[in-house]
Design a protein around this ligand. Structure first.
Ligand code: FAD
Length: 434
């Protein structure tokens, strides 16, 4: 019986293992960490605080995956009607900002509406990049005041250096009537593309993987060092050499290519052009629950240290001890555009200062817990180099018979359910080849 070797025990690795298991095929997963879950891992800390690696909520459109996740947690989950919010220069703005501008400075609103209307009346010019798309969708004033500012903090590069392939439903394009309603009235219809989310009742987001653990041979603490596709062998950093029939990788593509013996220079160069953000997540717990009524908040101001906040205690009452609340801040960097300039722990103080500055933490609040973790791979950056470089890398992997999957294996903006399905799809290709 063919044995399929999978690299990486995140959503994609388990998606691949699950598909193989359902087709009576054996798999082994090599995972370099001592824990599984990849970016969907959750951690329990002393004092009873549970934090995920960045905000993780399930809003999958795949009914099948939804059912699998529910089965994983024995139907013990929270379905939550979510509220997102925005913070800009002391104003709290309902999400999405473009439809909820009520109460912003008068001059700004006049400029913003004039620009929006002007763009509506223009014939759509060619869209060469994300900046063009923003201006044509919202007008120059809104684009430059809000999404371009936020985008620079989140993607770490400017909008004119980005493509638009990643957008999907992420940025709502309102009609003029919707913008006007939002300017006139504080009460508007909810138009955010996510309304309800699902989250495990116990042990954090990682619990959605419970079902799949026994469907594979999981080898934790085993790091793949090199891959020899000609001889179909993996070399692990502990010196073990493993032969494989088929291999599926969920490694970030630049790391995967660097591990392949005799990969051509052209492919190595292309892989090095793929950019990705890193995220320092700062986890904080305080002695109060009523911190925010929004589940997550976007911060636009350049001088605010963090980009986005979420509140894990609002997702499950078991994420913190009773009477305490938790806050998680995301701070983005990238090797290419905004190199990390401090240790993760040095991010804690500026995060707390800015939480006080916007009023979410009060002087009298007691900080019960704080920690910072670096996620080296956060979001794929859709800069203008990505598409061509990716074509070269994927073409090469297809030629040498290495299957790739997941957010960083596909080098795409995949949510966890999409990463799981991407793993399933990679396994399906192997099943069809047998
Ligand atoms: C800040 C943030 C917020 C997010 N929020 C959401 C959300 O709300 N909802 C949602 O659905 N999705 C969300 N996502 C997306 C989700 O995290 C990803 O889709 C998913 O975790 C990707 O899984 P993966 O298996 O493809 O990659 P990973 O999770 O990165 O798994 C790859 C695994 O490979 C291992 N590995 C690496 N190198 C080696 C090696 N040499 N040898 C062996 N193992 C190795 C890694 O340790 C890792 O465990 C978010 C992502 C981020 C960054």
């Amino acid at each position: 019986m063919a044995m399929v070797t999978i690299i990486g025990a995140g959503m994609a690795g388990f998606g691949a293992a699950h598909k193989l298991y359902n087709n009576n095929l054996k798999s082994v997963i090599f995972e370099r960490n001592q824990h599984y879950g990849g970016n969907c891992a959750s951690f329990s800390y002393d004092g009873g605080y549970i934090f995920d690696l960045g905000p993780h909520l399930s809003f999958t459109k795949f009914e099948r995956v939804k059912e699998l996740f529910a089965k994983s947690v024995n139907q013990e989950f929270q379905d939550i009607k979510i509220k997102a919010s925005n913070y800009w220069k002391g104003h709290w703005i309902k999400h999405p900002a473009q439809c909820n501008l009520h109460g912003l400075p008068e001059n700004l609103l006049v400029d913003l509406l004039c620009d929006f209307i002007n763009e509506q009346n223009k014939k759509c010019d060619r869209i060469n990049n994300y900046a063009d798309w923003l201006i044509s969708s919202f007008g120059k004033t809104f684009a430059e005041t809000f999404p371009m500012q936020y985008g620079l903090k989140f993607h770490t590069t400017t909008a004119d250096n980005m493509s638009t392939e990643w957008l999907g439903p992420r940025m709502y394009r309102p009609k003029l009537e919707e913008v006007l309603h939002g300017v006139i009235s504080p009460k508007t219809t909810d138009v955010h593309y996510i309304n309800y989310v699902r989250y495990p009742t116990f042990n954090g987001y990682m619990s959605f993987l419970n079902l799949f653990i026994d469907q594979t041979e999981l080898k934790l603490g085993f790091e793949v060092d090199t891959i020899n596709p000609k001889e179909k062998r993996l070399c692990l950093t502990n010196g073990t050499v493993v032969s494989y029939d088929h291999v599926i990788s969920s490694l970030p593509l630049p790391e995967l290519i660097a591990k392949i013996i005799d990969a051509p220079k052209e492919v190595i160069n292309a892989a090095q052009k793929l950019s990705c953000s890193s995220c320092v997540v700062v986890d904080i717990a305080i002695d109060r629950v009523d911190i925010s009524d929004a589940h997550w908040i976007y911060f636009y101001d350049k001088d605010f240290f963090f980009t986005r906040l979420n509140f894990p205690h609002m997702l499950s009452p078991n994420n913190t001890p009773a009477g305490t609340g938790s806050i998680q801040a995301e701070v983005y960097y990238s090797k290419k555009y905004k190199p990390l300039d401090r240790s993760p722990n040095d991010c804690i103080k500026p995060v707390i200062n800015d939480l006080k500055r916007c009023g979410l933490i009060r002087e009298e609040d007691k900080i019960l817990y704080s920690n910072a973790i670096l996620m080296p791979y956060a979001n794929v950056i859709f800069d203008l180099e990505r598409a061509d470089a990716l074509k070269i890398v994927k073409g090469y992997l297809d030629d040498i018979g290495i299957y790739y999957c997941g957010r960083y294996g596909e080098w795409d903006y995949l949510w966890s359910d999409q990463s799981f399905v991407s793993g399933e799809n990679a396994a399906q290709k192997i099943i069809e080849s047998l």
